[in-house]
Ligand binder design. Structure first.
Ligand code: SAM
Length: 224
């Protein structure tokens, strides 16, 4: 699919796919959205609730690697040990990542080498840096059979209008099954149908203020 580079509201770049009429991140700010929804709403929240310095994260939709990078920086800044698994069905090519020039918008320049490393890493291999280990899996989330469980799950699929199958009960049940008791699912999405499916599956839902340009976002907890 043809992708076009766009500059989002906070100056950071993202990609637009015209066939899907969809962007990889919020047009109002790619880095701002990732930081707000996944890092603060996911990792920060989990850390505030759990007296533990070790966690496992699963990301659905690695895309540009922005969430991976910000999680790496978070784990260093908070001195936590993190195992991070990211799945991607349609990997971006290295040349697409390079032309995106995401690094100029990333915080903590001293860690930018990690952004290069995560993209140079072969699929289905592990990269370990400090107390952060990262595995990227080239697979379809809907078909994957991963027998591990996680504390935090970033659900970063394309939007409902572009990929409705990713927001149906079957996919969301898979998320539930991947989480440890007490684990959290977090996403930029706030659609009523998705919220109702998550509740039906057994999640306890929180509707939170959204990042710039979005009224709400969702966080769902798998009760202990
Ligand atoms: C909204 S973008 C994610 C942005 C990404 N988290 C980032 O930080 O750049 C959605 C991503 O999900 C991937 N994706 C879509 N369907 C998928 C599937 N069934 N399994 C795995 N990845 C999928 C897309 O290729 C795309 O990279």
């Amino acid at each position: 699919m043809q992708k076009k580079i766009i500059i989002t509201g906070d100056g950071s770049p993202s990609l637009y796919i015209s066939e899907l009429n969809e962007t990889y991140h919020s047009k109002h700010g790619a880095v701002t959205e990732s930081d707000y929804v996944y890092i603060k709403g996911g990792l920060g929240h989990w850390l505030g609730q759990n007296n533990q310095k070790k966690l496992k994260v699963f990301e659905m939709g690695m895309g540009t690697g922005l969430n991976v990078y910000l999680s790496y920086v978070f784990s260093i800044n908070h001195r936590i040990s993190c195992e991070y698994f990211s799945i991607e069905k349609y990997p971006l090519q290295l040349k697409e990542i390079r032309s995106l020039n995401m690094k100029v918008s990333l915080p903590s320049g001293e860690h930018h080498h990690f952004f290069d490393q995560l993209h140079q890493l072969e699929w289905n291999q592990m990269l370990s840096q400090s107390d952060f280990s990262f595995i990227k899996i080239k697979e379809d989330f809907l078909n994957m059979a991963l027998v591990q469980s996680f504390d935090v799950l970033f659900y970063d699929a394309f939007g409902y209008h572009a990929q409705s199958e990713m927001w149906q009960e079957k996919a969301l049940q898979k998320c539930y099954d991947l989480l440890n008791p007490g684990g959290i699912w977090v996403s930029y999405c706030a659609k009523g149908a998705v919220r109702r499916s998550l509740e039906k599956i057994g999640f306890v839902l929180e509707r939170l203020d959204g990042p710039p340009g979005k009224r709400e976002m969702l966080r769902a907890v798998k009760e202990v």
